[in-house]
Write a new protein. Structure first.
Length: 251
């Protein structure tokens, strides 16, 4: 069955599924496609990037099911899943729904817990604002939290462009799906899939303390990327890739 998800596929070797953050796209991973010896598969989630016209699923677990079907379509029964922030929530849903398909899990600038009541209320306010005035304000509002003060202009321009491509309905549907996601603590604790936890040292949305808490739940490799914010993989691509390559080499 053909999938509504636009895909970037690069390289040859064992597959890595790269799942992007909110509200950007697969171009978040341009630097990672240079990691040699792997087949990089990076979808634009529905509502984002080249999939902007597709509807975002009603839940993150449903988004995970869509990605599992897409990986079957591209001939990959097993793969390493890597998720940044919202992509990490979806990677945890993959772990819940199909642990047997994961050779490894890389959780980047993300957390395993569900939203607090306050976070949920903030998402609802953001949804109301987007429904009232459109999503034009989002890039300027979010950019300072997505990258650190060290990010150069090309990184900022790239992030802004990705946010501007997202559809308002994709943004609001994914906010609703994030607000209703379950806690994944037990899924993570019970799993023995090789695990890498990596965070930008200056991430203010999911600070390094979140990864440290996840690391306390079970055996994991834990790393920080210096001089990077929430989108560490884009902001400090070579340093991030070194951490990822060392993890991939160990599994
Ligand atoms: C993301 O980067 O995907 C978001 O910050 C995640 C969230 O809003 O919880």
């Amino acid at each position: 069955m053909s999938s509504p998800i636009a895909l970037t596929v690069r390289g040859r070797g064992p597959a890595i599924l790269w799942i992007h953050a909110f509200p950007v796209s697969s171009r978040l991973f341009v630097s990672q496609f240079a990691i040699d010896g792997y087949r990089h598969i990076a979808p634009d989630l529905p509502g984002f990037g080249a999939s902007a016209s597709a509807p975002f699923p009603h839940s993150l677990d449903a988004a995970a099911d869509q990605l599992l079907a897409m990986m079957t379509d591209v001939g990959e029964s097993q793969f390493v899943a890597a998720g940044v922030s919202m992509g990490g929530y979806i990677a945890l849903a993959l772990l819940r729904r199909a642990p047997e398909r994961l050779r490894g899990l890389m959780l980047c600038d993300t957390r395993e817990t569900a939203d607090t009541d306050e976070a949920r209320q903030n998402r609802m306010k953001q949804i109301e604002r987007i429904e009232r005035e459109g999503a034009g304000f989002l890039a300027a509002e979010m950019l300072p939290n997505l990258v650190s003060n060290h990010a150069d202009d090309s990184v900022r321009t790239r992030v802004r462009a990705m946010i501007q491509e997202a559809s308002p309905s994709g943004i609001t549907a994914s906010l609703r799906a994030m607000a209703s996601r379950p806690d994944s603590t037990e899924d993570l604790r019970r799993s023995d899939v090789p695990l890498l936890l990596v965070t930008g040292s200056e991430d203010t949305i999911t600070p390094p303390s979140e990864a440290k808490r996840m690391a306390s739940l079970r055996r994991a490799q834990l790393a920080e990327v210096d001089r990077a914010g929430h989108l560490a993989c884009l902001e400090q691509g070579p340093a991030f890739n070194e951490i990822v390559s060392s993890f991939l080499g160990s599994i």
